[in-house]
Design a protein around this ligand. Structure first.
Ligand code: ARG
Length: 467
């Protein structure tokens, strides 16, 4: 191209606003590339040293916010290279040897995603730890468990909180998986067809801490699956956080009264003096929309793109960055709230005293005495209706009432089934809510947090000089 691009087109196509934040990854990638070029004889030692010291100075400029973006800097890659030539002259013009911005940006983005995957894993583990700590306090705190938002059976607050632990554990697993998929070096793919120059890709991979080399140059420059996966992991994690947030919002309503946010984590109303609103929770719940939107945006950008690099791919960053930032912020806020939320255990106990919650225990009791399950279910249904007709609670039916409902009820035994704490203790199967089983789950949960932290340390350890 000989003629100058129209300024309006330049303004329209620039991406420095979004990709500025890839500067550390871009510089790390360039330093590794230059060292490799020297190793294979495409740069002299002096040229490589000049490039390396120039890149280190540029990194320092970014660190101290002294780096100045010039009007012609289309993206972070051109900005760094422009500055390098300013600083070190001719050797800087050799940095881009056997490289295209297509394989460069894919490399930068993969480095960024790997780092953020690890950060998100640690943030999820911190929320898991907060849930675990609160669960430890509440193994014997009883509340109703709900299905269809109707009171169903007795559970403990610990068991309830640990349900979220499990969701987050799957999020951690997805992020670890995504990290593995990001861990492939595209550099060396050139614009699309690699290069005729004798690059040592393996050396660059080792230096930057990539586990593998991309196997197909056409795929490598056009592949953003890893970004879709990361945004997907974020979207599902946000769905989990929004469910947790919704429950705490519900629980902090007067109608439930199970939880209260301290003033430090609630806001007042500008109009109604009596109000205390759970705004941070509502925003966690609300921001899921942005993150799910980012996933849809990314998928839609990729759909129908021919091989290999197309400029559409530049649109990956704004959505991906926002998804990751939002998820990180929401994980941190959720952990904060879990640490400080006050539970009203008396209100929970009062709600769990509803003897209807033990109706299924009575069914199980009949089953133990040889009654077929369907029949037992019908009989207890009949008892529930009898109690309702009489305007009394299920546990107010007398042994004589039970005897008329069915001779096999074991009248004396059945009336002892309505203690919620004992009901909880009876649900002791693996994965159930009994305090003893939850105790076992707490031990397992602690080990899983430790395993996540260890995994992140080991993943970061193999991450080479790019940090
Ligand atoms: N700013 C571009 C992006 O983010 C970098 C690659 C541009 N390549 C090109 N041939 N125009 O995708």
């Amino acid at each position: 191209m000989a003629a100058r691009t129209d300024p309006a087109v330049e303004a329209f196509t620039t991406s420095i606003g979004a990709d500025y934040r890839l500067h550390a990854e871009d510089i790390a990638g360039s330093r590794a590339h230059a060292r490799m070029l020297r190793a294979v004889g495409l740069l002299s030692a002096a040229e490589q040293r000049a490039i390396d010291s120039g890149l280190r100075s540029i990194a320092a400029e970014f660190e101290s916010s002294a780096f100045i973006v010039e009007p012609g800097d289309e993206d972070i890659h051109t900005a760094v290279e422009r500055r390098l030539v300013e600083l070190v002259g001719e050797p800087g013009r050799k940095l881009h040897t056997a490289r295209s911005r297509n394989d460069q940006v894919a490399t930068d983005l993969r480095l960024w995603c790997k780092r953020r995957c690890r950060e998100l894993m640690l943030a999820a583990a911190a929320l898991q730890e907060a849930l675990l700590e609160r669960a430890r306090e509440h193994r014997r705190t009883i509340l109703p468990g709900y299905t269809h938002l109707q009171r169903a059976q007795v559970v403990s607050l610990a068991h309830h909180l640990l349900a979220y632990f499990e969701m987050l554990d799957r999020d951690v697993g997805r992020l670890a998986d995504c990290h593995r998929r990001c861990d492939v070096l595209p550099l060396g793919s050139g614009a699309l067809a690699s290069t005729t120059l004798p690059l040592d890709r393996r050396r660059v991979a080792t230096e930057l801490g990539f586990a593998a080399l991309s196997a197909n140059s056409l795929d490598a420059v056009g592949d953003r699956d890893f970004a879709v996966e990361l945004s997907g992991a974020c979207a599902l994690c946000m769905v989990h956080l929004s469910r947790l947030a919704e429950e705490l919002v519900l629980w902090s309503s007067t109608e439930f009264g199970f939880a209260e946010l301290p003033d430090s984590h609630a806001t007042g109303s500008s109009l109604m003096p009596q109000k205390k609103n759970p705004d941070p929770l509502e925003l966690v719940r609300g921001r899921v929309g942005r993150v799910v939107g980012a996933q849809v945006a990314l998928l839609t950008t990729l759909k129908g793109l021919p091989l290999a690099y197309n400029r559409d791919l530049q649109e990956d960053k704004a959505s991906l960055f926002d998804a990751v930032d939002t998820t990180a912020a929401c994980l941190a806020m959720a952990a904060d709230i879990v640490r400080v939320v006050q539970f009203d255990t008396a209100a929970m106990a009062a709600a769990a005293a509803d003897p209807g919650l033990m109706a299924t225990d009575v069914v199980d009791h009949l089953v133990r005495r040889g009654v077929a399950f369907r029949e037992a279910h019908r009989l207890v249904g009949r008892a529930v209706r009898a109690a309702a007709r009489r305007g009394c609670a299920l546990d107010e039916l007398t042994p004589a009432d039970w005897a008329t409902i069915d001779g096999r009820a074991g009248e004396a035994a059945v009336v002892t089934l309505f203690d919620p704490a004992r009901s909880l203790a009876r649900h002791g199967l693996e994965g159930g809510p009994s305090p003893r089983e939850v105790g076992r789950q707490l031990t397992r949960a602690r080990a899983r947090i430790a395993a996540t932290r260890k995994l992140v340390t080991s993943l970061a350890g193999t991450h080479g000089r790019a940090g």
